[in-house]
Design a protein around this ligand. Structure first.
Ligand code: PBG
Length: 328
């Protein structure tokens, strides 16, 4: 008998205990990575386009890390808002061992060493033009000299104590170069989570406000970030980053690219993470503010969708809220 009425799929949905028993996917605080913005100022700075998210001074970042630990969130991701007078054409502040990022990493590893620290490798928080790399006279972001800078930036972060290096720049070849440099420097256990399939997206706007690059950005990032039309190319990006030594790969943005997550997971069987980016967070918050949706339901449903698609974990600005809902 394989048809109605012998078969009624509603039977297993009829009560809460049964729905729990039949759940194919679970979401726990251990699936979450919490992105945090650092300010050089000495007070919390709310970010208007990311309601509910603030930049924090280093001490505030340490407090957030304690909160993450208490909520069962294993890892935080750091992004600095570099003071304008420390930004430059080449983004050299990225290499300063005493920059905001490195000060935060050291404070975190000193105070809350049990929480993983993931650091973004790309030059956009440090450049006066808002691009992720070095720009030539024609405005083109140059690959190979940028990659050299990124290697130095990654070593700088690793020396400060970063646990996971996450290159978000989309330069060709940088994962292999960073891996080789980390090995040569004795950082054998510093992981690389490659932003492998990162798309040129309209969903990054609030993030650029948060790191102070939005007003500065000249043009767009289409000559290095991926075209939203492409899926096969994402698989090539992932294959290359894995061959170069990435420990895990990321797909970004998140929800609009869940098809990519599924393909990567099925093809490679490696740890895949997704970044539910700033514009996705803002979309949920706008929906809540407009009375169109309910925050808790939207947060849990979208995060579960990432798990169902095959993600090992999700970077989300809703991490602490979600972990609280999950009752850690
Ligand atoms: C920078 C970087 C960006 C994000 C993470 N790292 C922005 C960009 O590429 O312009 C976006 C994250 C978000 O929107 O939440 N390399």
């Amino acid at each position: 008998m394989s048809s109605y009425p012998a078969v009624r799929l509603r039977r297993t949905r009829a009560s809460a205990w049964s729905r729990r028993l039949h759940a194919e996917t679970t979401l726990t605080p251990a699936d979450l990575i919490w992105p945090l913005f650092i300010t050089a100022g000495d007070a919390e700075e709310p970010i208007a386009s990311l309601p509910g998210v603030s930049r924090w001074p280093v001490a505030g970042i340490v407090a957030r890390a304690r909160e993450a630990r208490d909520l069962g969130i294993p890892c935080i991701a750091l992004f600095p808002n570099t003071p304008p007078d420390r930004k430059s054409e080449r983004g050299d502040e990225a290499l300063n061992p005493d920059n905001l990022m490195c000060r935060a990493i050291r404070a975190l590893k000193d105070a809350v060493p049990e929480v993983g620290v993931l650091t973004d490798v790309a030059l956009d928080p440090y450049t006066t033009h808002g691009h992720d790399g070095l720009v030539d006279a024609a405005g083109y972001v140059v690959n190979d000299t940028t990659a050299e800078m990124l290697v130095a930036q990654a070593l700088n972060q690793a020396a400060a104590g970063a646990d996971v290096i996450a290159p978000s720049d989309m330069m060709d070849g940088r994962v292999g170069l960073i891996r080789a440099a980390l090995e040569a420097d004795g950082h054998h256990n510093v992981q690389i989570m490659a932003y492998a399939a990162k798309y040129a997206s309209g969903f990054y706007g609030p993030f650029r406000d948060a790191v102070g690059s939005r007003g500065l950005l000249k043009g767009d990032k289409k000559t290095y970030q991926m075209d939203a039309a492409n899926a096969q190319e994402a698989l090539r990006e992932v294959a290359l980053d894995l061959a170069e030594g990435a420990d895990s790969v990321m797909v970004k943005p998140g929800l609009p690219y869940l098809d990519i997550v599924v393909r990567v997971r099925e093809r490679f069987g490696v740890p895949v993470f997704a970044y539910q980016v700033s514009g996705e967070y803002a979309m949920i918050e706008a929906s809540v503010a407009a009375g169109a949706g309910e925050r808790d339901a939207l947060v849990l449903e979208t995060l579960l969708a990432f798990k169902r698609a095959g993600c090992s974990g999700v970077l989300t600005y809703h991490a602490a809220h979600a972990a609280r809902l999950l009752g850690a």
